[in-house]
Design a protein around this ligand. Structure first.
Ligand SMILES: [Fe+2]
Ligand SMILES: [Fe+2]
Length: 217
C-alpha cells in the first residue's frame, strides 16, 4: 500500500533525525553548536515529521481503520497513536522554546531532559507503528476491500525541511543508543495495557477469534 510504504520510508528519515537532535542539544548545552541551526531542526520536526508525516497518519490512515475495520476510536491503536502525537507535540513545543535560546545551567538541563523525553517517545512510537500499526493495517485493510489510501506529495516547505536532514545528519551524527530498549510488537509499546490492549484484543474481530483455534492448530 503506497501510503504505508511512504510512511515507513519517512520513519527512516525521522528516526536518525531524532538522534541528530540529541547530538545537537548535547553540543548546544556545552556551547559547541550553532544556535542558528535550531530553526532547521524545528522546521524538520514541525513541517516534515508533524505537518506532513503525522498529519497523514491522523487524516488518512487512522480514519480508514475506524471506517473500514471498525477499530474503535476512543481506545486501542487509534487512541494510542493520537495520544502519542498530542504528547509529543506538547513536549516538542517546550523544547522548541529553548532550542535557539541563550542557555544557562538550568535551562540547558531542562532542554536535555525535554530532548531525551521527546526522542525516546518518538523512537518507541516509530517502533510500534512499524511493527504493529502498519503491519496490521496492510494485512487487514485489503481484506476489507481497501487496497490503497490517498496520499499527497510534500509541499515545497515540507520537502525543503526533509532535504535539509542530509546536511544536519552529517553535521550532527545521530545518537543511536541512549539506553532505551527498542523492539517490535505490543509489549514494547508504552500504550500497551494503558491505552491499548494489544493486537488480539484491539484489532481482532469476533470472526477472527472464531478462526483462532484453526490458526494455532
Ligand atoms: Fe505516528
Ligand atoms: Fe509515524
Amino acid at each position: 500500500m503506497k501510503l504505508i510504504d511512504e510512511l515507513r520510508a519517512e520513519h527512516d528519515i525521522i528516526d536518525p533525525m531524532a538522534g541528530a537532535l540529541r547530538t545537537y542539544v548535547a553540543r548546544r548545552v556545552r556551547g559547541q553548536a550553532d544556535a542558528a541551526d535550531a530553526p532547521r531542526f524545528l522546521a524538520f520536526f514541525r513541517l516534515y515529521a508533524d505537518a506532513f508525516h503525522h498529519a497523514r497518519e491522523e487524516g488518512v490512515l487512522l480514519p480508514a481503520l475506524a471506517r473500514d475495520l471498525d477499530v474503535p476510536s476512543e481506545t486501542g491503536p487509534i487512541a494510542a497513536v493520537l495520544g502519542d502525537h498530542v504528547r509529543m507535540r506538547a513536549t516538542f513545543a517546550q523544547l522548541a522554546a529553548l532550542l535557539g535560546s541563550e542557555l544557562d545551567a538550568a535551562s540547558g538541563a531542562r532542554l536535555e531532559q525535554l530532548a531525551t523525553e521527546y526522542t525516546r517517545a518518538l523512537w518507541l512510537h516509530i517502533d510500534s507503528e512499524n511493527s504493529v500499526l502498519f503491519l496490521e493495517s496492510e494485512h487487514r485493510l485489503p481484506r476489507a476491500g481497501t487496497h490503497e489510501l490517498p496520499t499527497r506529495a510534500p509541499t515545497d516547505a515540507e520537502a525543503a525541511a526533509r532535504d535539509d536532514a542530509t546536511a544536519l545528519l552529517l553535521r550532527y551524527p545521530p545518537l543511536v543508543d541512549d539506553g532505551i530498549i527498542r523492539g517490535e510488537g505490543c509489549p514494547i509499546c508504552p500504550n500497551f495495557g494503558v491505552h491499548c490492549d494489544g493486537v488480539e484484543r484491539a484489532w481482532w474481530n469476533e470472526n477472527e477469534w472464531d478462526e483462532f483455534p484453526d490458526r494455532v492448530g
